[in-house]
Design a protein around this ligand. Structure first.
Ligand SMILES: [Zn+2]
Length: 262
């Protein structure tokens, strides 16, 4: 019994090692592999996901892969101090999000919620607070603010796209400023952001922007680009099916055809 506990403890103590697992896409199947064969890694968890997704239909499997890459890109973007790198990673993530959301065949499997955060951002400190923060040399998280400072209480609000399936679910965030890029997005329910964390759950496994740091970044970027290329190729031959419901006038929300008048 004691020995069993020790083994379990050891398994739990296997730390999330950054960039230790390589992600690859062969045709329309992903494979996870160790970058260093000698490392002890939570690879089994990833294999379980990969094996489970083997049984999913092509479209559904690619959908989950896009969520997975999006989350891994979030993981790496949040940890880098390089602004250009962060922007580049979020750009790919946003492309994945929009590719999922604007594939109207996917839309039947998706739901959207507007997630409201309790966090807020001080956009500009008033002269008094600025002086105090400077005088006391306060760190970013210790800075004081008051009613006269400019505060944006909506700064951390995001759009969540989520998909529930038999074995679990997937959720991904998009900055609210990009919401107009989603075709025919209807009025959204508001929820507390804590109720809809950004993650994939599969059986009892969780893949989050915390633990997906273990995926090798270059391999994630590579697979993301391949997934986007597959999506673009399939979208080109897909018959238009704008069946996200009738618009207010009762007509289907089809894109304008013919010449552009702008
Ligand atoms: Zn102030």
């Amino acid at each position: 019994m004691a020995a069993k506990t020790t083994t379990e403890d050891k398994a739990k103590s296997v730390k999330v090692q950054a960039e230790s697992i390589k992600l690859e896409l062969f045709g329309d199947l992903v494979k996870f592999s160790k970058k260093n064969a000698r490392e002890i890694l939570p690879l089994k968890k990833y294999d379980t996901l990969a094996m489970g997704l083997l049984n999913f239909p092509h479209d559904h499997r690619l959908l989950i892969y896009k969520f997975l890459c999006g989350l891994a890109l979030s993981a790496h973007a949040r940890r880098t101090n390089n602004q250009a790198q962060r922007r580049m990673l979020f750009d790919i993530k946003n492309s994945l999000f929009l590719a999922i959301a604007n594939n109207l065949d996917n839309r039947r499997m998706l739901n959207f919620r507007f997630c409201v955060s309790k966090r807020f951002k001080v956009m500009e400190y008033c002269p008094e607070c600025s002086k105090k923060n400077e005088d006391d040399k306060l760190g970013q998280k210790e800075k004081v603010f008051c009613q006269n400072c400019k505060i944006d209480r909506t700064f951390f609000n995001v759009l969540s796209m989520f998909h529930k399936f038999e074995q679990g679910g997937a959720s991904l965030y998009l900055g609210k400023e990009l919401m107009p890029q989603i075709i025919a997005l209807k009025l959204l329910k508001h929820v507390d952001i804590e109720h809809l964390p950004e993650q994939i759950s599969y059986s009892k496994l969780k893949f989050t922007p915390h633990n997906l740091i273990s995926l090798d970044l270059n391999s994630v970027i590579d697979v993301s680009k391949k997934l986007l290329a597959i999506e673009a190729k399939e979208a080109a031959v897909r018959p238009p099916s704008y069946d996200t419901g009738p618009s207010k006038s009762g007509q289907r929300a089809a894109p304008p055809r013919g010449k552009r008048n702008y």
